[in-house]
Design a protein around this ligand. Structure first.
Ligand code: AP5
Ligand code: ZN
Length: 217
C-alpha cells in the first residue's frame, strides 16, 4: 500500500507515521529526514537544501523528487510506504502519480491531519528526538518515562532541529498554506482523501488512522 500523510509542520506526521510503520509493517518515507541526512552527509543536494530548510522554505521540486524516487526504489519499500512530508506541491503530487503508475501502484489513502496553527508553535518548540534511534518526544506532550533516557533504546543523547525556532516555524506554516494545502483538493478529486482531526491525544489519532488504513488497503 501507499499512504500519504498531509499536514502542516507539527501536525504529527512523523509521530503517526512511525506508529503506522510498527503497526502495519510499512516503511516511513520522510523527505524531511532524507533531506536532513543529505545535509549531514554534505551531498550536492544537501548543500543546496541547507539554507532553504533553515529559512523554512520548500526545497526545489527537482531535488526532492529525485531523492524520493531513489529511496522508493529500495527493496524494503515493496512492503508498502507511508509518505511523510511528500508530496508538498502539485508538481510533486503529479510526479508521484507518474512514478507509481510506472510500477503499477496507486495511492490508497491521502490523510490530512487537521490542526490549528497556533498550537503548532507549541508542539514544535517542545520537540526533541533520540540521537540514536530517532524516536520523537515532546517536553510536555510526550516526555520519556525516565527523564533523559530514551524509552525505546535507552540512549541518553537527544537532539533538537535547527529549523524548530519560532521564526522559521512561521515561514514553514506559510509555505504549507501557500503550496501544500491545495493538495487537499487534489486528493479529494482523486477520491483518495481522508480528513482527521489531529488536535486530540496521540493514541486516539493513531487509532483513527489505523481504521482508515485497514479500510483503504
Ligand atoms: P519536515 O521534516 O517534513 O518537517 P515539517 O513538515 O515541518 O513537519 P514536522 O517534522 O515539523 O512535523 P510533524 O508533522 O512530523 O510533527 P511531529 O510528529 O514531529 O520538513 C522540514 C523541511 O524540509 C521543510 O521545511 C522543507 O524545507 C524541507 N522539505 C521536506 N520535505 C519537502 C518536500 N516534499 N518538498 C520541499 N521541501 C521539503 O510532532 C511535532 C511534536 O508534537 C513532537 O514533539 C510530537 O511529540 C508532538 N505531538 C505529535 N502529535 C501530538 C498530539 N496529537 N498532541 C500533542 N503533541 C503531539
Ligand atoms: Zn532511542
Amino acid at each position: 500500500p501507499v499512504l500519504i500523510l498531509l499536514g502542516p509542520p507539527g501536525a504529527g506526521k512523523g509521530t503517526q507515521a512511525r506508529m503506522l510503520e510498527e503497526q502495519f509493517g510499512l516503511v516511513q518515507l520522510s523527505t524531511g529526514d532524507l533531506l536532513r541526512a543529505a545535509v549531514a552527509a554534505g551531498t550536492d543536494a544537501g548543500k543546496q537544501a541547507k539554507a532553504v530548510m533553515e529559512a523554512g522554505e520548500l526545497v526545489s521540486d527537482d531535488i526532492v523528487i529525485a531523492i524520493l524516487r531513489d529511496r522508493l526504489a529500495d527493496a524494503d519499500c515493496a512492503k508498502g510506504v507511508i509518505l511523510d512530508g511528500f508530496p508538498r506541491t502539485t508538481v510533486q503530487a503529479e510526479a508521484l502519480d507518474t512514478l507509481l503508475a510506472e510500477s503499477g501502484q496507486k495511492i490508497d489513502a491521502a490523510i490530512s491531519l487537521d490542526v490549528d496553527d497556533a498550537a503548532m508553535v507549541d508542539r514544535i518548540s517542545g520537540r526533541f528526538t533520540c540521537g540514536d534511534c530517532g524516536e520523537g518526544y515532546h517536553d510536555t506532550f510526550k516526555a520519556p518515562a525516565v527523564a533523559g533516557t530514551c524509552d525505546k533504546c535507552g540512549s541518553t543523547e537527544f537532539k533538537r532541529r535547527a529549523d524548530d525556532n519560532a521564526e522559521t516555524v512561521a515561514a514553514r506554516l506559510d509555505a504549507y498554506h501557500a503550496q501544500t494545502a491545495p493538495l487537499i483538493a487534489f486528493y479529494d478529486a482523486q477520491g483518495a482523501l481522508a480528513r482527521v482531526d489531529a488536535m486530540g491525544a496521540i493514541d486516539e489519532i493513531a487509532s483513527t488512522l489505523g481504521d482508515i488504513v485497514r479500510r483503504a488497503t
